[in-house]
Write a new protein. Structure first.
Length: 307
């Protein structure tokens, strides 16, 4: 499957956009270092042309919003900010539902990435001193805290689709897979030579994709963590990775200003989307129907449709 750019929003934020995610096929959210989170409506006209419009802006994400996760069953959006707060917003009315002071709770260090479990009960946040903190969405209380042996920053985390595992990538290139219920370590692998900037599971949960500053995208079997492929092609840091709703293709984004589509079976890049962004592409995300979005340091948001 190949992708074609169909619409874009230049100047979507007043600064770099570090994360984007879909709420559904018609709504997506972006998080920026300009301290705002924005909700966007995607429309398709009778002549099948796509267009983006701003639905609402959620302010006061102090020092910048760097982590983003969408609740799987509700309208809630969780955001991690550089002031170590986690804010839970309603995408329906833009209200702030809950705020968690993740630094003050256990002096755990700056919060970085976050992910909501598939049941929608728990937020896991990663910290710059190698902790994973598990928070109740309903109460905001800390239920579990895990410390890595290396204390290297966890820069990326991802729940498996069944919610039984959580993978965390650190600044030394390791991936640690934990039991999401007990917190016990299941596997730990040296996945890259440099820090891991993003992780995601395939839709069926059998594969784990990792993006790294060593310019590689690696693919692992979840059962046993054996490497399936180590894929080169980006000319600089790989910053984002995302999997569609089915199949063995996935997308990556890079500071080389490109988005690539990969096929695991072919162990190859099958498409490079270039000349779309003018700066680092921090994030990529698939919608439920496999529309693709990318967000960049150039403050733009780009949408692609499968062909």
């Amino acid at each position: 499957m190949s992708y074609t750019p169909v619409t874009a929003q230049s100047g979507a934020h007043g600064g770099s956009i570090w994360k984007t995610a879909w709420i559904d096929d018609k709504t997506l959210v972006t998080a920026s270092v300009d301290e705002t989170v924005k909700l966007w409506n995607l429309k398709r006209s009778d002549d099948k042309a796509f267009s983006l419009s701003l639905a609402s802006s959620l302010p006061n994400n102090h020092l910048g919003a760097v982590g983003l996760s969408v609740h799987p069953q509700s309208s809630l959006v969780a955001v991690s900010n550089l002031d170590s707060s986690i804010k839970i917003w309603s995408s329906k009315d833009g209200s702030l539902v809950r705020e968690i002071d993740s630094f003050g709770s256990d002096n755990s260090g700056d919060t970085w990435d976050i992910d909501i479990d598939p049941k929608g009960e728990t937020i896991v946040s990663s910290t710059c001193n190698g902790k994973l903190n598990f928070w109740s969405i309903s109460s905001g209380s800390l239920s579990l805290s895990l410390q890595s042996n290396t204390k290297s920053p966890f820069l990326s985390i991802s729940f498996s689709p069944d919610g039984q595992k959580i993978a965390a990538g650190d600044g030394l290139g390791h991936i640690t897979v934990y039991d999401a219920t007990t917190g016990s370590e299941i596997d730990k692998i040296t996945a890259h030579n440099l820090s891991i900037r993003d992780l995601c599971f395939s839709a069926d949960g059998s594969l784990l994709y990792s993006a790294s500053k060593d310019n590689y995208v690696n693919v692992f079997e979840v059962q046993g963590c054996a490497m399936v492929a180590s894929l080169s092609g980006h000319q600089s840091w790989v910053l984002g990775v995302a999997a569609p709703s089915s199949g063995r293709q996935f997308a990556s984004s890079s500071s080389d200003r490109t988005v690539k589509i990969w096929d695991v079976g072919q162990r190859a890049c099958i498409q490079t989307l270039k000349d779309v962004h003018s700066d680092k592409v921090w994030s990529v995300a698939f919608s439920p129907s496999d529309l693709l979005a990318s967000a960049s340091d150039d403050s733009s948001l780009q949408i692609y449709a499968p062909q």
